[in-house]
Design a binder for this molecule. Structure first.
Ligand code: AMP
Length: 210
């Protein structure tokens, strides 16, 4: 098992890229920290109850809470698998926790998208609450409006995808997560792709870079 980290702002398309690649390659596993947290919130687990207020406001949940979840997933992932780690680490302290697990990190790929197009992207974003597939009303519409192509569930707008929370999430991204670009650059494992080429080309560029 090894790990490829997806770096990028909220709405940069990390989840779409990782989801596409994992559904086309049996040895790629998409692990999204946001999906893990939303799952815990929906189930009402103790971690979910603690996380809910942070997630709703677009703030980072405490490092220990999300680190414990990610460590569990790493521990249960074995064999010839590359984990596409989407949303973790989100700050330098989490990157250090990840290193301490000893799991080999192959690369960190930055999906580069300017802030100016993020708001539009997120405004059109629709998500499947069941299988986690992502859509966009214009750029990546489902075959039947409002219905997931993959599993038939009704698509939803994420609670934290409203304009005010998106603004806060971008501030958090620049303050907390952007320093990871220099962190992985120093280690010589940073790669960058242009995240504004459309879903198919973004995924192909990512696969080539990772
Ligand atoms: P995402 O789906 O990656 O946009 O994450 C949604 C929300 O989950 C974020 O705005 C945070 O509140 C929380 N979250 C996800 N990943 C992390 C993380 N690594 N550390 C702290 N909070 C996180």
């Amino acid at each position: 098992m090894d790990i490829v980290i997806l770096l990028g702002a909220p709405g940069s398309g990390k989840g779409t890229i990782a989801g596409r690649l994992a559904s086309a390659n049996a040895n790629l596993k998409h692990v999204s920290s946001g999906d893990l947290l939303r799952g815990a919130v929906a189930k009402g687990t103790p971690a979910g109850l603690e996380a809910k207020g942070y997630v709703d406001k677009g703030n980072l949940v405490p490092d220990a809470l999300i680190a414990a979840m990610i460590k569990d997933v790493i521990a249960e992932t074995t064999g010839d698998v590359t984990m596409l780690l989407d949303g973790f680490p989100r700050n330098v302290a989490q990157a250090e926790v990840l290193e301490k697990t000893g799991a080999p990190i192959r690369s960190a790929v930055l999906v580069d998208v300017p802030d100016s197009i993020i708001a539009d992207r997120i405004a059109g974003r629709r998500t499947c609450p069941k299988c986690k597939a992502g859509y966009h009303v214009k750029a990546l519409p489902p075959k039947v409006e409002g219905i997931c192509d993959r599993c038939g569930a009704e698509l939803v707008v994420r609670r934290d995808d409203n304009p005010e929370t998106v603004r806060d999430r971008l501030v958090v991204y620049h303050r907390e997560t952007e320093p990871l670009i220099a962190f992985y650059e120093k280690k010589g494992i940073l790669r960058r792709i242009d995240g504004d080429q459309g879903p198919e080309k973004n995924a192909a560029a990512f696969l080539a870079a990772m």
